[in-house]
Ligand binder design. Structure first.
Ligand code: 3EB
Length: 349
């Protein structure tokens, strides 16, 4: 790993992890395992987020492995499992949705609101108690994300509880907010969140062609989503860039309903504009589309070939791309794409 790089990410199958020597794990910060069934095993003190969505293609599972230079400390605070090096903390938390006991007269929050509030309270406690106050990137996976309820869509409930959790800790809910992704899993699954945080502030990046998510109008729910389009860390940390889940949205509206190829192209155009904006902020051409690692979430597995062709057309064959099947948070979105990288002067993220 490059001395100056705050982190690297790699994608491996579960069997490839099983045989590693103990020393291989020394600079592993955390793992996100994407599969329809949990890995069902642990790797010493390394936190493993069990995200119950399947890769598309041949593999039954894929592990996203985050590395940072050691030494590390790890542990648990409440339900949050964490591991941290000098510049970065990785954490994960799984919270089942459980109905609140009934209270006389009072409003009872829905199970999803309770789970979201509990997860974020745990995350903020870890950040504040361990000295990594800046939440840089969050991945949120919740079941039945677009299902309707008496309180509106489940994603709206999640957004309300997320924003209120930030407010409860006196954290900003606009401008200086983490990058994020929010995807749907199957019915009955718990809420799973994993995240990266740093001791120093990350720079938030917005897309000039999209309304910032924290400024979305009320027709997308009573509390706007709390995320920025990307965040990046300082030059002395190797300028890692974390691009949020990005979809076929221009302004605040979905474009190309029912056209997965055009949605993929539009999402990648949005990512390239976020990259341009990140280059403008760092003051030189640090990032290029072909040097990032991508995760592509596809709603309908039958769309994989069409999406893959479009991704290759836009970012070439050299870019590292992982395809996963998941629901996207608006019913008319067929694809969401996120990206990670450290820039053109380094081979790996
Ligand atoms: C969008 O741009 C598409 O709620 O954390 C992308 C990334 C999306 C993150 C989130 C939602 C989130 O609005 C959806």
């Amino acid at each position: 790993m490059h001395e100056q790089c705050a982190f690297e990410v790699q994608y491996l199958g579960l069997p490839e992890l099983a045989g590693r020597a103990e020393s291989w794990w020394d600079d592993v910060l955390g793992v996100a395992h994407f599969s329809a069934s949990p890995a069902g095993r642990s790797f010493g003190s390394v936190p493993v987020a069990e995200v119950l969505i399947s890769p598309l293609g041949d593999a039954a599972g894929v592990c996203e492995v985050w590395r940072t230079p050691g030494p590390m400390r790890s542990g648990r605070v409440g339900a949050v499992h964490y591991r941290a090096g000098r510049h970065l903390l990785f954490g994960c938390v799984t919270v089942p949705e459980i109905a609140a006991p009934h209270r006389n007269g009072g409003d009872v929050p829905s199970p999803l609101r309770r789970a979201t509030t509990q997860a974020y309270a745990g995350i903020f406690s870890v950040l504040d108690s361990l000295g990594y106050p800046h939440l840089m990137r969050v991945w949120n996976y919740l079941s039945d994300i677009t299902a309707d309820t008496a309180e509106g869509e489940r994603y709206w409930q999640f957004n309300s509880a997320r924003q209120l959790s930030f407010r409860a800790r006196n954290r900003p809910v606009a401008d200086n907010v983490p990058a994020a992704s929010a995807l749907g899993t199957r019915s009955g699954n718990p809420l799973v969140i994993y995240f990266l945080a740093s001791p120093g502030a990350a720079k938030p990046i917005e897309n000039p062609r999209q309304v910032s998510a924290f400024d979305y109008p009320a027709r997308y729910g009573p509390h706007s989503p709390t995320f920025s389009r990307a965040t990046l860390l300082d030059q002395h940390l190797g300028c890692p860039l974390l691009v949020s889940g990005t979809a076929s949205i221009v302004g605040h509206e979905t474009v190309h309903t029912d056209d997965v190829v055009a949605q993929t192209r539009e999402s990648l155009t949005n990512i390239s504009l976020v990259i341009d904006e990140a280059n403008r902020v760092v003051g030189h051409r640090q990032y290029a589309p072909e040097s990032l690692a991508y995760k592509v979430y596809v709603r309908h597995s039958g769309d994989l070939a069409a999406v893959t062709a479009e991704v290759h057309r836009a970012v070439g064959h050299a870019a590292l791309v992982t395809y996963l099947q998941a629901d996207v948070c608006r019913r008319d979105l067929l694809v969401e794409i996120e990206a990670t990288g450290a820039g053109a002067d380094r081979q790996r993220a």
